[in-house]
Design a protein around this ligand. Structure first.
Ligand code: 13P
Length: 265
């Protein structure tokens, strides 16, 4: 029996898609998928990070797709108008949450300290999460990218030890939303640094790459790099495109040939 590895293709819809489009997307993933996705479904953790208001109705119709929130509050409950708490997410069956996305850090001023509070809430309430880290362009140019990543990991994980809940997503900020992903050789270098750092200082957890991922990147970023998957923004919005990314991520993680047969349904 060959050793098949778990692959994690994750969609982050951000603030996109109407409810009708979202339902169509889930229905597509339930019905129009490749042979590979059907035959190896237990080795494919297909995640969609969706807007809060879609979580419950999408949970009700999806079997194959794990439905994640894109954020959550750092408080548990109380007089915090507008906040969505982990208790609320748990009570509607939400499968997990994306934490520390660079858009949350940069646009909404989320600090490492705040992200750490959310990580600890996930620990306390057994909520799976994807922790996002990554340097910006200035930090990369200064040659301090790995220092920044290390720091973000250390600060987010203070007091945390339930590693079975965690996936790490490396998303260099300068590659997000630009249409230009990081070079594969650079992805490989960063992946090996992050995987090694986690293994030595914490525990081995699945690591994903994110930043302008399309089909080619999904395959080559996971092919013999040690990465377990991808976190995809704009190219996740079209279900046809994302379904191919799911197949290619499985193929990359499992060192399969990049071959059009894989896409047959
Ligand atoms: P893009 O794939 O649109 O660059 O977004 C990446 C991202 O931020 C996923 O979380």
């Amino acid at each position: 029996m060959i050793d098949i590895k778990l692959s994690i293709p994750a969609a982050n819809w951000k603030a996109n898609l109407t409810f009708e489009q979202a339902v169509n997307w889930i229905n597509y993933m339930e019905t129009n998928v490749s042979r590979i996705i059907i035959d190896y479904q237990e080795y494919i953790k297909l995640i969609a990070g969706v807007p809060y208001v879609y979580i419950k109705p999408l949970k009700d119709i999806s079997k194959r797709v794990k439905i994640y929130a894109q954020n959550m509050s750092h408080v548990l409950k109380g007089a915090y108008t507008g906040e969505i708490t982990i208790i609320m997410l748990k009570s509607i069956g939400c499968d997990g949450v994306i934490l520390g996305h660079s858009e949350r850090r940069n646009i909404f001023n989320e600090t490492d300290e705040l992200i750490n509070k959310k990580v600890l809430l996930c620990q306390e309430h057994n909520m799976p999460f994807i922790l996002c880290v990554g340097e910006n362009l200035e930090q990369r140019r200064k040659g301090i990218a790995f220092e920044v990543i290390k720091n973000q990991i250390d600060l987010a994980l203070k007091g945390f030890n339930k590693f079975e809940l965690m996936v790490l997503a490396y998303e260099p900020v300068w590659a997000i939303g630009t249409g230009v992903p990081m070079e594969i050789s650079d992805i490989k270098e960063a992946a090996s640094f992050i995987i090694d750092y986690l293994r030595k200082n914490y525990k081995e957890v699945p690591v994903l790459y994110g930043g302008s991922v399309e089909e080619n990147t999904a395959y080559f970023a996971t092919f013999k790099t040690g990465l377990s998957g991808v976190l995809v923004g704009s190219k996740s919005l079209d279900p046809i495109e994302f379904e191919r990314i799911v197949t290619l991520t499985f193929s990359g993680v499992n060192n399969l040939q990049f071959d059009k047969e894989h896409f047959e349904t």
